[in-house]
Ligand binder design. Structure first.
Ligand code: OGA
Ligand code: MN
Length: 337
């Protein structure tokens, strides 16, 4: 703890980079006692309650996408981070497996784009799930499956990692179920009319991390950025507007949702480390039954087995972004491809 305080007062140092390295370190493992755990915390001087609008989403609408009634959600903010909101697992028991299956089986499918498309032909990256599940076994000597090698998927306006831009010309329909889920959560958080237009899914193995960055490629920064976490837990670092501002460390557990808006929309952040899901907070619970008219369907036994196994060794993060303001269009540039 004294170490962390020392980072904060060092001037002219890249405090974020140092804290990133601190949490990424394997040997010896870092002290995690400064990491905020919203699932355990009561409001304090470190963590403040955040206001939700329970009238914005009916219990039926929430249940359709696998969410508990908004009045039962626990939402927090952090002093000094206006616009940042953290909702601890608002999902109904048994509905997370459906969303994990969408992330592993449905969203990687064409016409969406994934990292494997960068060096494989469309026919080779078709049916990632079927090709992976067929050869699935407990044999350690099995070669890595396509699912093991999946690192990212983009939805909607597909993100170009080289130019750091979205383009009008590379768009495929945003998944209706994830649109609905995102629309309801942001409505409850006080952002009616959020229009999910782009999504980035990140697939983390136990030793993966995500470097320090700001999400500023969207053309409309007045809209929130929504983030979902499934599977193993992560240490998330939320910094300031300058790269050297020291970050606050927090856990993201399976089912947790983060909303970055307002002054917190353009802050530096990173994921230095994936950690085991804590006791009493399973990476994935059993799939539940489904109500009539629900978006959330129960999983087949095989789908459940694959999703459950994956969730115990990996983490999936989904970020949902509105790229354009209503009526806004992409600037016409030759580099928009
Ligand atoms: C991102 C991101 C964080 C996470 O995809 O831009 O910051 O929790 N993800 O994985
Ligand atoms: Mn980000």
């Amino acid at each position: 703890m004294a170490k962390m305080a020392a980072y904060a007062v060092e001037s002219g140092e890249d405090a974020f980079r140092k804290i990133f390295k601190f949490y990424k370190r394997r040997n010896p493992p870092p002290d995690f006692s400064d990491v905020i755990d919203f699932s355990r915390s009561a409001p304090s001087d470190q963590v403040i309650p955040a206001l939700l609008d329970p009238g914005a989403v009916s219990d039926e609408e929430a249940a359709r996408v696998g969410l508990r009634p908004v009045r039962d959600w626990r939402a927090f903010g952090l002093p000094g981070y206006p616009g940042f909101m953290f909702i601890t697992n608002p999902f109904l028991l048994g509905s997370k497996p459906f969303w994990v299956r969408q992330c592993l089986k449905t969203y990687p499918q064409k016409p969406n784009v994934c990292n494997l498309d960068m060096h494989m032909s469309p026919s080779d990256t078709q049916d990632i799930w079927d090709k992976s599940v067929g050869g699935l076994s407990h044999n350690q000597r099995q070669p890595k499956t396509l699912l093991d090698r999946l690192r990212w998927v983009t939805l909607g306006y597909h993100y170009n990692w080289d130019t750091k831009t979205y383009s009008a010309s590379h768009y495929t329909p945003f998944p209706a179920d994830l649109h609905s889920l995102s629309f309801h959560i942001t409505s409850a958080c006080g952002f009616p009319g959020f229009n999910p237009q782009a999504g980035i899914l990140n697939y983390y193995r136990s030793d993966s991390s995500l470097g320090i960055h700001v999400d500023e490629s969207e053309l409309d920064h007045s809209r929130p950025l929504l983030s979902f976490s499934f599977g193993k837990s992560a240490i998330f670092l939320l910094g300031g507007t300058r790269r050297q501002d020291p970050p606050t460390a927090m856990y993201m557990h399976s089912g947790d949702v983060m909303v970055m808006s307002g002054q917190s929309r353009l802050l530096y952040h990173a994921v230095p480390r994936i950690v085991a899901a804590p006791q009493g907070h399973p990476a994935l619970e059993a799939s539940g039954s489904s109500r009539h008219g629900s978006v959330v369907e129960p999983l087949s036994e095989q789908d459940w087995a694959v999703c459950s196994r994956y969730s115990h060794s990996s983490r999936v993060n989904v970020t949902v972004r509105q790229v354009l303001a209503p009526g806004q269009s992409f600037p016409e540039t030759p580099s928009s491809h």
